[in-house]
Design a protein around this ligand. Structure first.
Ligand SMILES: [Zn+2]
Length: 96
């Protein structure tokens, strides 16, 4: 499996938006991170774009006691951490 790196994304002109400081902290509510093949992440996120990196489906924030974070399984470690920070900020209420 070929890993996606930050450099790969830059070459594709795709940028992972860093969260604003006010949302950039470890969530107080429980959450679980699922690392899955892109096809399953697309399904969970209701997003068909193959460049999708991850998401927190809004229904898991509103309807479930444990928030669910989905991240694709072909990211290198550095990019994984960037995407995780981004998604955790969504659990903290960040919308964009
Ligand atoms: Zn986002």
């Amino acid at each position: 499996m070929k890993l996606i790196t930050l450099a790969t994304l830059a070459a594709m002109n795709v940028h992972v938006e860093p969260p604003p400081a006010k949302y950039d902290y470890p969530p107080q509510q429980p959450y679980k991170v699922y690392v899955l093949p892109i096809e399953q992440v697309q399904k969970k996120c209701h997003i068909t774009d193959k460049r999708l990196l991850g998401c927190v489906p809004i229904e898991t924030l509103l309807l479930k006691p444990v928030a669910e974070v989905y991240i694709r399984n072909d990211l290198d470690k550095e990019l994984f951490e960037v995407v995780l920070d981004h998604e955790l900020a969504h659990i903290n209420g960040w919308r964009h």
